[in-house]
Design a binder for this molecule. Structure first.
Ligand code: PNS
Length: 159
């Protein structure tokens, strides 16, 4: 049985993330979507809200579970006995950013990273851009699921 981890901030989860999660779930026996916090990025949703949204959106995928993690991703992989990390690649910038992390993670514990190319129609979608556009009144309804769109509207109305 092969268990893989798909880590990310998911702040918030986008249609691009969900495309990668669904396609990775079709490759591996089990997929654990793992939410962490990247200290270099500004956060909109707290960890519990990100987990709740992901759990609702992955509920129809029987081999997918959603968990939070702190610390090194390789330690989390070891704790849950996962053999691989899955990352979506939108283009060259993602590759430049992800390659040294994949190499470091392989060096640390031998866990391998599998890169899945983003669907071409979603290559420009990122959580950061979604938050920026939404906060300035732009329409992001086609870029995130309706559940996330509702959370975004509610959160931005409060700020
Ligand atoms: O791509 P993202 O959304 O910024 O990823 C966030 C997260 C939390 C998944 C990423 O920052 C991460 O994996 N953090 C764990 C810390 C770690 O293992 N660092 C060493 C990487 S080689």
């Amino acid at each position: 049985m092969t268990r893989a981890v798909c880590p990310g901030s998911f702040d918030p989860v986008t249609n691009g993330h969900l495309d990668i999660i669904r396609r990775a779930a079709a490759i591996f026996d089990e997929l654990v979507v793992a939410t962490g916090t990247n200290p270099s990025k500004s956060r909109l949703f707290d960890p519990e809200e990100r987990l709740d949204m992901l759990r609702a959106l992955c509920a129809d995928l029987p081999n997918v579970t959603v968990m939070g993690f702190t610390g090194l991703i390789v330690d989390f992989c070891r704790e849950i006995d996962a053999q691989a990390i899955v990352k979506g690649l939108r283009g060259g910038n993602d590759y430049e950013y992800e390659l040294p992390m994949a190499q470091m993670n392989s060096h640390l514990t031998g866990v391998e990273t599998v890169f899945v190319p983003t669907n071409a129609s979603l290559g420009y979608v990122s959580s950061s851009l979604v938050k920026e556009v939404a906060s300035l009144g732009g329409d992001v309804s086609g870029l995130v699921p309706p559940l996330v769109h509702a959370h975004l509207q509610e959160r931005l109305a409060r700020s």
